[in-house]
Design a binder for this molecule. Structure first.
Ligand SMILES: [Ca+2]
Ligand SMILES: [Ca+2]
Length: 376
């Protein structure tokens, strides 16, 4: 009798049958069904929108698959090289997940230059003096040169420890500007920050003359790439979760003011680099938010089950980079629509007619010759 009743329900309501199967599969996690019910309840009455806007369809250029044509540099040796920098001599630098700063010399030689013992090395830049500055999401801001590795800044001027330093740039007066992606979540839980309705990112200024690091902008939606304009009059800082980059004036009449540089990007901006012609290259990570709303209940569930929170922000298997002119207009974009060659591309650096790509998924640096063809 019970069996036939169950069968009837199965026949009439297939959604209910699916739920039953789902519960059976999750028998090992007794609290998960409750957690999932809380999610469904929370979805019925969302109390706040997740701060991930839908990517703009206006800016999304037709796919050209150009990133499938990259040449692989250091394949198998460069483990998840998040960012790429170049010095005056044309030597490329990257920080890899195995805790090395690796150098790629012009003759093609790859060198394990410095070992830092961190799997959280992210953005880097070469200063005018020839030092390499590296963001360590655990330690803060590091200086790396022939003498070794030193911690430049581990705390802000208010005593708070710097966590999740993400990208850095040096201005001509020697000041270093760097982003703190999230003051709340670390590099290994970066997805969890997307579930916050409160932006946790900062732009920080480090003055080497006073050895002081102070917050310049706060409440940024995951502060990521930072770059200075060709004239060094403004700085661009990208807000990953907001699909936009801000312009922060560091010189002139507008000094200290902030405006939108570009918004509605067709992807979540990661690192940004100034190109030789004064435009910018921005890598756009391709998020797949599985839920568009958060509520108190969902936040609670994510706190209890962080892995669920990570799963809820997935990554699409594709890569996109865009070239944005200094006036904020889109010049061109390159993509790998299926992730055949590259995915989770986090940086694009232009140098001597080539683009170099870093990634948190691939084990090489991608290299692509830039053509002057108007098609791209
Ligand atoms: Ca950088
Ligand atoms: Ca980054």
């Amino acid at each position: 009798m019970v069996h036939s009743h169950h069968q009837l329900r199965r026949n009439n309501r297939s959604t209910c049958a699916n739920m039953t199967t789902g519960h059976r599969a999750l028998r090992g996690a007794p609290y998960l069904p409750i957690a999932l019910q809380l999610i469904f309840l929370s979805l019925e009455s969302p109390s706040g929108a997740l701060d991930i806007p839908p990517p703009s369809s206006v800016l999304a250029a037709p796919s050209n698959g150009k990133l499938q044509e990259v040449i692989k540099l250091g394949e198998g040796v460069l483990k998840q090289p998040e960012d790429v920098a170049v010095d005056k001599l044309g030597v490329l630098y990257t920080a890899t997940r195995d805790g090395f700063i690796k150098r790629l010399h012009k003759n093609g030689t790859l060198e394990n230059w410095r070992q830092i013992n961190s799997d959280a090395l992210l953005g880097l830049t070469v200063t005018a003096a020839g030092d390499l500055i590296v963001c360590d999401a655990d330690m803060g801001l590091l200086k790396v040169n022939e003498d070794g590795v030193t911690v430049l800044a581990s705390h802000l001027n208010n005593g708070v420890q710097i966590s999740f330093a993400d990208d850095v740039v040096e201005s001509s007066d020697g000041v270093l500007y760097f982003s703190v992606a999230s003051t709340k979540h670390g590099f290994h839980n970066w997805q969890l920050d997307a579930h916050e309705t409160k932006p946790n990112g900062q732009l920080v200024k480090y003055d080497p003359s006073s050895n002081v690091a102070s917050v310049v902008l706060h409440n940024l939606g995951f502060a990521n790439g930072v770059a200075l304009s060709a004239d060094q009059d403004y700085l661009v800082v990208c807000e990953t979760w907001k699909y936009r980059c801000l312009k922060y004036w560091v010189e002139g009449d507008l000094k200290g003011q902030t405006e939108i540089f570009i918004d509605n990007l067709p992807g979540a901006p990661d690192n940004i680099n100034l190109a030789p012609d004064g435009s910018f290259w921005i890598a756009l990570i391709q998020l797949r938010p599985r839920f568009m709303y958060v509520s108190w209940a969902l936040k609670y569930v994510i706190r209890v089950f962080p892995r669920l929170g990570k799963w809820m922000i997935g990554l699409q298997n594709k890569a996109v980079v865009v070239n944005i002119a200094s006036d904020g207009s889109v010049v061109r974009s390159f993509d790998d629509p299926t992730g055949k060659m590259m995915s989770f591309v986090t940086s694009a650096l232009e140098f001597e007619g080539y683009l170099y790509f870093g990634s948190l998924q691939n084990d090489f640096i991608g290299k692509l010759p830039l053509t002057t063809s108007s098609a791209y």
